[in-house]
Ligand binder design. Sequence first.
Ligand SMILES: Nc1ncnc2c1ncn2[C@@H]1O[C@H](COP(=O)(O)OP(=O)(O)OP(=O)(O)O)[C@@H](O)[C@H]1O
Ligand SMILES: [Mg+2]
Length: 250
Amino acid sequence: MRIIAITAGKGGVGKTTMTANLGVSLVKMGFKTCVLDANFTAPDLAIHFGLVPEATLWDVLEGKEKIENAVYVHDCGLHIVPGSTGVEEFSRDIYKRLKRKMRTLKYDFILLDTPPGLGDDAKAALEPAREVLVVANPEWTSLGNAYKITKVAQGMKKKMAGLVLNRRLAHEYEPSSELIERFLGLPIVGEIPEDVAVRKSISLQNPVAISYPEAPAARGIEKVAAHLGGIDYRAKSGLLHRLISFLGIF
Ligand SMILES: Nc1ncnc2c1ncn2[C@@H]1O[C@H](COP(=O)(O)OP(=O)(O)OP(=O)(O)O)[C@@H](O)[C@H]1O
Ligand SMILES: [Mg+2]
């Protein structure tokens, strides 16, 4: 079972979007996958799926619900454990309890959405995971914080799954991929473009990997999922892809 925390060291760079869509993409590739909202500061993973949960992860950690009752099965086959803001005072014990609970689950992949920033909660949220995937935007404010959380994760002896560069505009003022890799000491495992389909999908409360699977952002995230799953990914390029499939080439 691979347990991967999605982190950033900063708010609003695309952690939840990545968690939701990587989850969907992994399921499409045949992996039994669960996404779990470990962001007790401002949980919003459920919104990406239009879920209004009754039982949440917090109820489970408080011992009020069994974890099975907080697992929601989406039509696409993805399992989702939503979060809630019931936590009044942060304690590291929350994530220790979560780690113990997760040992009872059986999936190919568990993806943990984590809190924003570099506070104690964001650091402690890495604890239940064995691997850490860092998300950043191609600007120095985001990259500086990505560097700090990478150091925290490395200090905790986590396996680094790499960096996803989200909201790439490919403008000349953005730092190059080579520079970013050198700065962070992490390999870039995906570059996701700025894509209005992501925002549309959030309004539809249906992840872009489902609502606009051909959108550039959905394709980019699919590629990251293939990388995580060790699958050879060949980008489907519209007409060309259909022609290749029709002719049975490859
Ligand atoms: N590739 C993209 N293209 C366009 N918009 C995007 C993209 N990725 C994310 N967004 C937008 O950025 C917003 C913030 O993304 P998201 O909620 O996933 O970030 P986050 O890191 O989880 O934030 P928080 O730290 O608050 O939990 C989303 O509401 C979405 O509209
Ligand atoms: Mg989030």
